[in-house]
Write a protein that binds this ligand. Structure first.
Ligand SMILES: NC(=O)c1ccc[n+]([C@@H]2O[C@H](COP(=O)([O-])OP(=O)(O)OC[C@H]3O[C@@H](n4cnc5c(N)ncnc54)[C@H](O)[C@@H]3O)[C@@H](O)[C@H]2O)c1
Ligand SMILES: [Fe+2]
Length: 403
């Protein structure tokens, strides 16, 4: 089939998805915001009458002592807290099953995720596993979490994924080089706390990478052809907050104001993508994660300038609007110049954060399979501004080979 006809088919599919999106029952979480809000969330959990909570986190965070005050507060409120700290970056089915078995042993009636996107995603699927008597593999895909999940509460400790407000969770299958999405409106947490106090110890490199994930969400949501006035406002504000605060949060991790603004940016960007999806940056980055375990935000940061450069002819007005919202470029410049200035700023940010333009781990021999997987992901779900065919995508990925 000629590529132009294929593009028409993709666009038609996206139109249908947009219509479906309009009737989806999003039940947004209650959001507490500000330093100290994590402990306030514990009051909410107690007020909801939960008695046995499974606290899902990763070992590094547990060792840092970040969760101690939370555990204490819940215990003081008479709640039995069981810790599951077996989540690792890009959680696997095994880690989720292990968490589920702890949940069963202790008969938990709610789940609290404290951590980055990996802990929150794992907690979502553990909580869903508790209500749906089927293996994780059978929940992969769209709207397969039929019976909902146990009440889930989320305290993000990174500012990037926005997972506390998205309908998605990602599970990794390292053996098959795949990152599999579980997507369902029933995966939305009951409540979340955006608390910068938990983020001040996040190392600079992870702050940078996760912050670039938030920026990618804002940009891809804004460029999506499914976007609406509502998601545009969320994406523009998320981009503006990130451009303004991420360099400070990276340079001065203890700066609570910059951290809190990044937590908000990540959240707003999450709200936007969960309604309109992402784009080629994520489609390619997911596969870098699946093949090489490249951290999600880092992969996005590397891929984003390449994809924006390719997309620019079809979206220079939208990129220029992003530039103006972020105060980048000059008002007297043409929209193409402003769009270029925006892409250039992303490159500069990467440079400042020591994020390379290429991916060291990328193997020439993997490019074809990565291309196939990325195109299949993008063309079934993302309303991108400019489609690419296989040779174009291969060439774009080839630009990221380390020289
Ligand atoms: N569900 C969604 O909507 C969604 C969106 C984007 C990404 N994701 C997924 O989320 C995962 C990535 O999550 P992430 O980028 O937040 O990273 P992460 O959760 O994998 O954490 C990265 C590292 O940071 C450490 N860390 C986290 N918070 C810390 C803190 N406050 N102080 C010190 N160290 C801390 C962790 O211990 C870990 O080693 C990927 O699997 C990605 O696919 C999900
Ligand atoms: Fe992301």
């Amino acid at each position: 089939m000629p590529f132009a006809i294929k593009v028409l088919c993709y666009r038609f599919k996206m139109l249908l998805l947009k219509l479906v999106g309009k009737v989806l029952p999003f039940k947004w979480p209650t959001v507490l915001e500000g330093p100290g809000s994590a402990l306030q969330l514990c009051d909410n959990i107690a007020a909801a009458g939960h008695q046995r909570v499974l606290l899902v986190t990763d070992e590094a965070l547990a060792k840092l002592g970040l969760i101690d005050p939370i555990q204490q507060k819940l215990s003081t409120a008479g709640i039995a807290v069981t810790l599951y700290d077996g989540v690792q970056p890009d959680p696997t089915v095994e880690q989720i099953e292990a968490g589920f078995s702890v949940l069963q042993q202790h008969n938990c009636d709610a789940v609290l995720a404290v951590g980055g996107g990996s802990s929150i995603d794992a907690a979502k699927i553990i909580a869903a596993r508790a209500k749906n008597n089927k293996p994780v593999a059978d929940m992969v895909g769209l709207f397969k979490v039929r019976k909902g999940m146990l009440p889930l509460y989320a305290i993000p400790t990174t500012a990037g994924t926005g997972s506390e407000v998205t309908i998605g969770a990602v599970v990794s299958d390292p053996a098959r080089h795949m990152k599999l999405p579980v997507v369902d409106t029933k995966l939305l947490p009951t409540a979340a706390a955006l608390d910068a106090e938990l983020m001040t110890g996040l190392p600079a490199a992870i702050t940078a990478a996760t912050g670039m994930d938030a920026l990618t969400h804002a940009v891809e949501a804004y460029l999506s052809r499914m976007s609406s006035n509502k998601t545009d406002a969320l994406a523009l504000e998320a981009a503006r907050l990130t451009m303004l605060n991420l360099p400070t949060a990276v340079a001065d991790g203890k700066n609570l104001e910059a951290r809190q603004n990044m937590a908000r940016a990540s959240h707003l960007a999450g709200l936007a993508i969960t309604q309109v999806g992402v784009g080629y940056v994520h489609a390619i980055a997911h596969n870098f994660g699946a093949y090489y375990h490249t951290p999600h935000g880092l992969a996005n940061a590397i891929v984003m300038p390449h994809v924006l450069e390719y997309s620019l002819p079809n979206c220079h007005e939208r990129l220029a609007e992003l530039a103006r919202a972020c105060n980048i470029g000059s008002a007297s410049d043409s929209s193409t110049q402003q769009a270029r200035a925006f892409v250039e700023r992303i490159r500069q940010l990467n440079q400042t954060f020591n994020i390379p333009g290429q991916l060291e781990a990328l193997q020439l021999s993997d490019i074809e399979a990565i291309t196939d997987a990325a195109l299949s992901e993008a063309h079934s779900t993302y309303a991108v501004p400019r489609y690419m065919d296989k040779p174009q995508c291969q060439q774009l990925i080839g630009q990221m080979l380390a020289t």
